[in-house]
Ligand binder design. Structure first.
Ligand code: FMN
Length: 331
């Protein structure tokens, strides 16, 4: 159910990560800046630019930009702020040799989990520490560029998501302590923070054990928001970009259950979030949007006119190099 945005004022609305692919020479280009400038507004609390690789890190596809000290990033933050929203950035890394699957549902999900465990075990404390150093350096760089919200991408099966999960990484406590320290440092610097996780991976045997404990461990970290996504990219993308009513309903339930266990923590709900009857959502649950705002830059002013499920935005799975949309024809 879509309600008038005017009465949404006690809810914060986020434009969640989009890896647009709008790059020239590996850097955000004019299309990237315009994409975010035209979607920022005083109705949108924060626009979080998606999947920006930490220096020294690895992209999840060939068009994931790496954060640098170059002025284009300052220009991007300034464009979002001029539009009326808080500039946010999602920091991420995959690993050497990572390849995103083009399929929506992976054939051997248990192998993805098994390989994740092997990868992390092979890294050892030293290399894990190096990854965390890169996130800290990237966060400091993002702050210098003027980003006022920093999100750590620990969802979708990318490296940080593997490192924070004790079911995959036996040294996860070390990682969680370092992330907690980073969150506190950023809060002192008056930077808003979030961590994005996947509620589940999509591998049923794995998800059957310890999932609520994992969510609770993350919810106790001192980030301002816990952003609840779902699914591992190479296991089941239908959980990341849900369209089927059953998947949407399950994601809503899992998000609300997590939120209810931590009433003093703030969460970001996504998966057609604004189409739920958000007036009934608990007050610690805020709204994250993606496809509706891709499809219509003015969606917050025209809340009945969003994504039509053409599925063209899944450009990587479709073998294209940048964002496309069946409705928003500037893509
Ligand atoms: C084209 C496209 C690119 C996306 N890129 C990212 C990304 O870079 N990082 C991320 O965490 N999620 C990414 N997502 C997932 C969205 O942030 C969001 O969680 C998902 O689309 C569900 O929200 P929605 O129903 O409002 O679209 C992407 C989604 C789409 C459609």
């Amino acid at each position: 159910m879509i309600n008038g945005i005017a009465t949404l004022n006690d809810r914060r609305i986020f434009f969640l990560g989009v890896n647009t692919g709008f790059l020239a020479d590996g850097k955000p280009d004019e299309r990237y800046l315009r994409f975010y400038a035209t979607r920022s507004s005083s109705s949108l609390h924060c626009a979080i630019i998606g999947n920006v690789v930490v220096p020294g890190g690895y992209g999840s596809n060939a068009v994931s930009p790496t954060l640098t000290a170059e002025p284009v990033w300052t220009d991007l933050a300034a464009a979002i702020r001029r539009g009326g929203s808080m500039p946010g950035i999602q920091l991420a890394t995959a690993w050497e040799g990572y390849a995103g699957s083009r399929r929506f549902v992976g054939a051997k999900p248990h192998e993805i989990i098994q390989k994740a465990r092997q990868l992390v075990t092979g890294m050892g404390r030293g290399r894990i520490a190096g990854v965390l150093d890169s996130f800290e350096a990237a966060a400091a760089m993002a702050e210098r560029h003027g980003f006022s919200h920093i999100q750590l991408h620990a969802a979708h099966g990318y490296l940080l998501g593997l490192l924070v999960d004790s079911r995959i990484n036996s040294d996860s406590m070390y990682v969680l302590e370092r992330l907690a320290t980073l969150a506190v440092i950023l809060r002192r610097a008056k930077v808003e923070t979030s961590i994005r996780i996947s509620l589940k991976t999509g591998e049923p045997n794995f998800d059957n054990i310890g999932t609520a404990d994992f969510q609770d461990t993350i919810a106790r970290l001192p980030f301002d928001y816990i952003d609840l996504s779902s699914g591992f990219y190479n296991i089941d993308k239908r959980l990341i970009y849900p369209t089927h009513p059953n998947i949407l309903a399950a994601r809503l339930n899992e998000s609300l259950e997590t939120g209810a266990r931590h009433p003093d923590r703030a969460f970001i709900l996504s998966g057609r979030a604004i189409r739920h009857d958000w007036t009934k959502l608990p007050s610690n649950v805020h709204l994250g949007l993606c496809r509706d705002l891709i499809a219509n830059p003015n969606f917050l002013q025209e809340p009945h006119s969003g994504c039509h499920n053409h599925n063209k935005c899944h450009y990587y799975s479709r073998g294209s190099s940048h964002l496309t949309c069946g409705r928003w024809l500037n893509a």
